[in-house]
Design a protein around this ligand. Structure first.
Ligand code: LIP
Length: 271
């Protein structure tokens, strides 16, 4: 049997599993967070931290996915790499917004997306401390706690509330500071929430008008990108390229183009 001869999974069933598992991880992260939570390890820089709870959450999620669908592939932020043979791959961020979790700031999430043959078809971003669950299936719309959500109508850049984020690497931050220097005088304001998955969901439900960032990884982006897209946002990189680690911009059409042109002129896709 060739790799692509498998049966396609039902996106609604994948979403149902993703929500169940994300909410179980959310409960673990709320209930078992030690009062004195320490840093277990660092990754790309001394401030790019991993806590014991990132690992516990990834372990719960990957075990539950494996138990339900043993032949799927899984890629997790904290090191899980499992190959599969169903055409389904799960992208798992056990805590998106780890620094917020470390400081007990409520803006952190559990993000789980399911790809079918390379395209994301279902995604959940669960925000335990705010008691909100954002979901989407491809073509099925985006929802918050079951209710359909939409992006804001497009506004001019000068009226736009724009979310963004910064990398952990100091040299990258120097470039990002330059981009913000050009952007800040031209927009309503900016927000640095601290979880890329939440930023994308907040575009989807109109809590911010737009979001852009250089640096987030596939597990940060996958579920939130589907949710924002299904809520009516254009989500892409510069010059027609797909959203990626290089640069992701999310905004309703009309605002997207204005932000795109400003970010292109500022070289926001380069360090
Ligand atoms: C974080 C993002 C955040 C971004 C950080 C980092 P983590 O993910 O969601 O918005 O600005 O650079 O990537 O490390 O908490 O999973």
């Amino acid at each position: 049997m060739r790799q692509t001869d498998h049966m396609r999974a039902d996106p609604s069933e994948l979403l149902e599993l993703a929500v169940e598992v994300a909410q179980a991880a959310g409960s673990l992260l709320l209930d078992k967070r030690p009062a004195q939570l320490g840093v277990a390890d660092t990754k790309s820089s001394p401030t790019d931290v991993v806590t014991e709870m990132d690992r516990a959450s990834e372990s719960l999620i990957t075990s539950a996915l494996r138990a339900a669908r043993p032949d799927d592939a899984v890629l997790g932020e904290e090191g899980t790499v499992q190959t599969g043979r169903t055409g389904v791959r799960w992208l798992v961020d056990p805590i998106d917004g780890t620094v917020n979790y470390l400081y007990d700031i409520p803006a952190w999430s559990v993000s789980i997306a399911a790809e079918q043959d390379g395209a994301v078809v279902a995604g959940v971003v669960h925000v335990p401390r705010l008691g909100e669950t954002f979901t989407a299936t491809r073509g099925g719309g985006a929802r918050r706690d079951g209710d359909l959500i939409r992006v804001n109508p497009p506004v001019g850049l000068e009226q736009a509330l724009v979310a963004t984020g910064f990398g952990y690497d100091s040299a990258r931050r120097a470039g990002q500071a330059e981009v913000i220097r050009g952007l800040l005088p031209t927009v309503r304001d900016i927000r640095r929430v601290g979880s890329c998955a939440i930023d994308l969901c907040w575009v989807a439900c109109g809590r911010v008008d737009a979001y852009f960032e250089r640096g987030p990884q596939p597990w940060d982006l996958a579920a939130g990108t589907l949710i924002a897209t299904e809520a009516g946002a254009t989500v892409a990189g510069l010059h027609g390229r797909p959203a990626s680690t290089e640069l992701t911009i999310a905004a309703p059409s009309g605002l997207f183009e204005q932000l795109h042109d400003l970010l292109a002129a500022a070289g926001a896709d380069r360090d």
